[in-house]
Design a protein around this ligand. Sequence first.
Ligand SMILES: Cc1ncc(COP(=O)(O)O)c(C=O)c1O
Length: 380
Amino acid sequence: MSGNSTVCVHAGERKDATGSLVTPIYQTSTFYYPEWQKEYVYTRLSNPTIEAAESKLAALEGGDGCLVFSSGMAAITATLLSVLEKGDHLVSIPDLYGGTRVLLDKELPRHGIGVSLVDCEDSSAIEDALTEETRAILIETPTNPLLRVLDMKKIAEVAHRNSAILVVDNTFATPINQRPLELGADVVVHSASKYLNGHSDVVAGFAVSSEEWIESIEQRRRLFGGSTDPLAAFLIARGMKTLDLRMKVHNENGMAVAEALEDMKQVGKVHYPGLRSFGQHALAKRQMEGFGGMVSFEVGRAAKDARQVSRRFDLIKLASSLGGVESLASLPLETSHKYISAKERRESGIPDNLIRLSIGIENSEDIIEDLERAISGGKR
Ligand SMILES: Cc1ncc(COP(=O)(O)O)c(C=O)c1O
């Protein structure tokens, strides 16, 4: 199995005694002993449906092991607390998903873990931020919501030279568009609530890594209780069967929308790694196989202008989250970045008039028509 679509369809699928083509939902909390408890004991620890979803993503990301969680935040928390303990230090970036940012700003310091947020585009800034206690660097690339692209190979080299590991949140790109482990990352985390599941009907997360790290993260999953249930795991595995197909359309639609927005006179800066005008387009081309379905753009001068435009969308639904088949729009100011202060948003370069789009798999002409009408002030 080598083609992405073949791996999406077949990897991890299990055969059982009934000959079921599709891995069944083993909707059970526990397993008979002594016959079955050699393999399975209790679903918080493991379950065949959950393992099938994990094997599929491990194959796609090229990791030795993989764990599914009840949310992306549960995966990130268990991963960070496997690596870091009291007195340790983490380096990360300011323009993270808002929930992760609050975890780093407020929760880790409560446990005696130091955090420095630096511009990881600049490797000397990372070197300056590293201390003897630094155990990990955590990045997202492309970042949320500005889609900045960070050089994973370079950052992994800096991390390893300083006895730290690199953790990459690969939610926006998915393993179809980039594989961080191949570029030197040690752990990949995901919000599977987004593209991996792809249908906006499950909240879940993943961590993928080497056997050694997976063993340590699994300890935290079983103790912190971040496991998921078999039905959610089944839905994610089913979603992942079409991941390659969906990402092809997200990539095409993302590019078409970004180009159309660049041509609209009312629109300011368009943030999309696939555009030639994008600051890190060359790096994006080097490390990504597709540029994804996330596009952010600035409109007017202030939050009220972005609010006005977003309230005029019709086909595009105003909702937080991303990565589903339907196109969504959100104002980071009101959603993903609501819980960080205006000053922190400014320092992270996130303007108040920014609209973030998650472009779905509808026909691109329909999405562009909705954008043109909303931006030019037309009624629904
Ligand atoms: C990049 C990124 N990472 C992590 C998360 C958190 O995932 P979840 O909502 O599944 O906990 C999100 C959620 O929006 C996200 O956008």
